[in-house]
Write a protein that binds this ligand. Structure first.
Ligand SMILES: Cc1cc2nc3c(=O)[nH]c(=O)nc-3n(C[C@H](O)[C@H](O)[C@H](O)COP(=O)(O)OP(=O)(O)OC[C@H]3O[C@@H](n4cnc5c(N)ncnc54)[C@H](O)[C@@H]3O)c2cc1C
Length: 273
């Protein structure tokens, strides 16, 4: 470990209200949830001098509830919790499915939904799920709470609208109409970072989102429109170039990613018919 842990400063709030006051009055502070992403950065030595706000003990942020048909998932819900939650399995089964495919058991026990979203990696496996579920991100500061549609949350590569004095406290998921579908493509079946990750909902308004092909998760709005208007999937996939311009990086080439996205759209459509 390149960063000496003994020199790190860690504030441990006892309540969400304390945490938000600390963010406002004692900042700048970096929220720390399961630390599975932050630990990697610590290991690289890139967080020297960072002061942390430990959220782990804030139980209210772990709750998963259903209110007036709206699924509310606390930001601190871990992947293990998401897999076992009856509410998640009933209302958003693709989130439980995505959670099952994240890392190994240790990561699933510590990694949180809020951490995945806040970290903003384009390869984050839950991001396409939240995008097709039309999720809303609930951000709270000591002074106010605001709700941001998931599609407006990212402003660029790992950049979000979250202000330094705000925490993600929860995600709200309206009822999802239609058949849900999720697929992650990596170098192997388990413990792999996504080369392409896709979620889809086949309802009156088809919705498809894809990760790992652009600086942020993207909705395939051109393909969605074609499918909604009754085009065949073959015709719709021809529109892909308008929706995505995949990147070459150390995990894959742009061409491979474009082909895989096309194949996944076809698979989604065939298996939800
Ligand atoms: C071995 C390994 C395998 C992995 N495999 C996968 C995988 O298969 N798929 C995948 O998507 N990810 C994977 N990850 C990445 C990581 O586990 C996830 O992104 C995880 O969800 C991060 O959650 P966390 O609680 O650990 O976040 P942390 O590491 O605690 O925080 C991550 C970032 O989010 C911020 N943050 C956390 N919570 C909040 C909040 N409530 N409000 C505001 N900001 C917040 C932190 O400040 C930090 O910037 C892997 C990581 C490792 C080390």
């Amino acid at each position: 470990m390149r960063t000496a842990v003994s020199r790190l400063e860690l504030l441990r709030p006892r309540s969400v209200r304390d945490a938000l006051r600390m963010l406002r009055n004692d900042g700048p502070l970096t929220p720390l949830a399961g630390a599975t992403d932050l630990f990697v950065a610590l290991n690289f030595g890139t967080l020297e001098g960072t002061r942390f706000l430990d959220l782990w003990a804030l139980e209210p942020l772990r709750r998963i509830t259903l209110r007036d048909g709206m699924l509310q998932i606390g930001a601190l819900a871990t992947y293990t919790t998401l897999q076992h939650s009856r509410l998640v399995r009933r209302h958003l089964p693709i989130l439980a499915r995505a959670a099952r495919e994240v890392g190994g058991m240790q990561i699933q026990n510590r990694g949180t939904l809020g951490g995945n979203v806040a970290n903003g990696s384009p390869a984050g496996d839950t991001l396409p799920v939240l995008a097709v579920a039309d999720a809303v991100v609930v951000l709270r500061s000591a002074d106010a709470e605001r709700r941001v549609p998931f599609g407006d949350f990212y402003t660029g590569y790992r950049a979000t609208v979250r202000r330094p004095d705000e925490l993600i406290v929860a995600f709200e998921i309206p009822p999802v109409e239609g058949r849900q579908w999720f697929r992650k493509v990596g170098t192997r079946a388990a413990q792999a970072i996504s080369k392409v990750v896709m979620a889809g909902v086949r309802g009156p308004r088809p919705r498809i989102a894809v990760g790992s092909v652009a600086p942020t998760v993207v909705r395939l709005s051109g393909v969605e429109r074609e499918l909604a208007e009754g085009a065949t999937v073959k015709e719709a996939v021809r529109r892909l170039d308008q929706d995505i311009q995949p990147i070459d990086d150390l995990r894959s080439t742009a061409e491979y990613r474009r082909d895989v996205v096309g194949n996944l759209v076809r698979q989604f459509w065939a298996s939800t018919a």
